[in-house]
Design a binder for this molecule. Sequence first.
Ligand SMILES: *Cc1c(COP(=O)(O)O)cnc(C)c1O
Length: 366
Amino acid sequence: MNRPILASIHTQAFQHNLNRVRELAPESKIWSVIKARAYGHTFDAVLKGLESTDGFALLDIQDAVCLREHGWQGRILLLEGLFHENEIDLAQELHCDLVVHCETQIEWLERYADKVHKPISVFLKMNTGMNRLGLKPEAYRTAFHRLHSAGYRLHHMTHFANADQMDRKPTVDAQQELFNQTIEGLDGPTSLANSAAILWHRNALGDWVRPGIMLYGASPTGLYADIEHAHLQAVMQLHSEIIDIQELQAGDRIGYGGRYEAPEPMRVGIVACGYADGYPRHAKDGTPVWVGDSDKVGSGIICPLVGRVSMDMLTVDLRNAPHAKIGSVVELWGDKVPVDQVAQMSNTIGYELLCAVAPRVPVKII
Ligand SMILES: *Cc1c(COP(=O)(O)O)cnc(C)c1O
C-alpha cells in the first residue's frame, strides 16, 4: 500500500464546466487555458475531459510538443508567444497559434515570413491598462499592418486587469472601449475574456474566450461565495486518510510551536497530507477538512484543522466526528471543501493551491 494521499481528477466535472462556459459564451470559441500543467490537473486529464474545446492555450512550447505527442490535433495557442527566435520553426511544425506582444516578436516574425508554408495565426496583444504584456494602443495599428503584410493571419487580443472585482466594472469598460477604438476598421477575430469576464462581464467576450480557473471549478476572485451560484464543479479532489488518533487532555498542545491548545479532552486525527504535498502551511486553525464517517460510505462532516501544518501531516479536531477512526477518508479540498475556502484561510487563492499540488502526490484520472 502507498501512503494514502491522492489527487482525483474528475473528467466529468471538466465537461460540465466547459458546457457552462458554452452556455455563458454561446457565440464564442473557447481557448481552454492549461498553463501550469493545467492548473495542476495534468494534460492527460484535460485531454480526456476538455477534448471538445476549440483549442488549448498554454505557455511553453515544450508543452505544445507534449500535447501533440498525446495526439491533440486541434488548435494550440502559445499565450506569451515565442520566448526565443529559434522556437519559431518548431512552433510552425506544431501548428501553434502565436500571441505577439512586443516589437521584438514582430521582428522575428517579419524575418521568418518567407519561410512560412501555411499561414500562421497571430493573436496580437494590446496593452489596454494591465501594463504587463502587450503593445500600447498607439503602436498597435502599425504592428497590425506590418504582420498583415508579412502574411500572418491576425486576431486582436487584450487582457483585463480587474474583471474579478465586481466594483471595478468601469476599468473593464474602459479597457474594452480602448480596445474597440483601436481596432476599429481592422479585420480579424477578437479575444478578451478570462473566467472573471465570462462570469461577470458578458458584454466583453469577443470571438475567442480564454477561461482558465472556472474550468477547474474554482473562483476567479479566490472567494467561493462568488461562484457558489455559477454551477461549476470542482474537478480536483485532494484526499487522504486518518493515519493515527491522539486523545488530548485539556491544556495539551498540538504540533510544532504548540499553536493549538485543547480546551477540553478531545480526539485529534492525524492526516497524511502536509505542505510538501501542496497543502498550505499557513492554513489557520479552523480551516475546513471533511472527514468521512467510516460507518456510512459517502457521508461525513466538516472538522476544523487544529495546529500548524507540518511537512507530511496535518491535524484535525475530531469532536464533530465521533465515528472517525484510523483509515477514515479525509477530503482536503474538492466537492465537499471548496479549494477557495482552504485558500482563504491561508491568505491566498485557489489558483495557487491547485498549481502547487506536489509531484509526489499521485494523480488518478476518473
Ligand atoms: C491565465 C490566463 C487566462 C485565464 O485566466 P483565468 O483567470 O484562470 O480564467 C486568460 N488569458 C490569459 C492571457 C492568461 O494568461
